[in-house]
Design a protein around this ligand. Structure first.
Ligand code: GLP
Length: 236
């Protein structure tokens, strides 16, 4: 693999660098398919991309995006849904051609999973996949498991993930217990992966994921087998 591990001073630098990598991707290939992520880590990255667009330096008119995941039961109007998050932080501010986020409210979730994989395939796969990392090593919502799940699937969230994400909800009881997530195949087939992690508390899991054994117990460890990964980490 080629793995570049870049340590930066602070969140601001992380966000600027991540945005620059994404922006270079779009400039090199105007019809890029971007795999996008939610969580607190990419907020600054999206802010920088929006600014670049507003300054006239970046054009998303031929870009398509596919997001990693969504909570089951939350629709686009729910301010905790990932669709809402993406609209708020990125999509509503730029001229992006088309955006896909899996639906958490399809009556037939099996069909939703299949259709999502088909969609990614039809788009020709992902050019650049942006990822965060959960404290238990999850990417998207691929939680620690006995196997690496290949396709889009429904997951029961780990109690530690529910606890970590409770900060965004009124109470921990409001956090959905299930989610739909892209599987490992489109992530591993993405031409480039950009993983961003912020904060001292991500240090241990990054060590395990990138320097420990490759195991589905640490889902992000599969990225050691990817041919083009950049990790940007800021301890502060
Ligand atoms: C959520 C998302 C992940 C994200 C993770 C880390 O669980 N499903 O895609 O990487 O949170 O979030 P944060 O960046 O807030 O630490």
């Amino acid at each position: 693999m080629t793995m570049e591990f870049i340590k930066v001073k602070n969140y601001d630098e992380l966000s600027k660098l991540a945005a620059q990598i994404i922006s270079n991707q779009v400039k090199e290939k105007e019809n890029s398919v971007l795999g996008l992520a939610t969580g607190s880590s990419p907020i600054g990255t999206y802010e920088n991309l929006v600014n670049e667009y507003k300054n006239g330096n970046l054009d998303f008119s031929k870009v398509t995006s596919v997001n990693l995941d969504e909570y089951i039961g939350l629709d686009e109007n729910n301010d905790q849904s990932y669709r809402y998050f993406m609209n708020k932080h990125l999509f509503s501010h730029i001229n992006i051609k088309e955006t896909f986020v899996p639906s958490g409210v399809n009556a037939d979730m099996e069909a939703e999973c299949k259709a999502y994989d088909k969609k990614i395939e039809d788009l020709g796969g992902i050019d650049l996949q942006l990822l965060g990392i959960g404290l238990d090593g999850h990417i998207g919502f691929n939680e620690p498991d006995e196997i690496f799940e290949k396709d889009t699937h429904i997951v029961t969230l780990d109690p530690s993930t529910i606890e970590a994400n409770a900060r965004f909800f009124n109470s921990i009881d409001d956090v959905p217990t299930k989610a739909i997530t892209m599987g490992m195949l489109p992530i591993m087939q993405a031409k480039k992966v950009l993983l961003i992690a912020n904060g001292q508390n991500k240090k241990d899991i990054l060590d395990k994921a990138f320097y420990g054994p490759i195991t589905p117990k640490v889902p992000a460890s599969i990225l050691q087998l990817h041919k083009n990964v950049t990790v940007i980490f800021s301890e502060n």
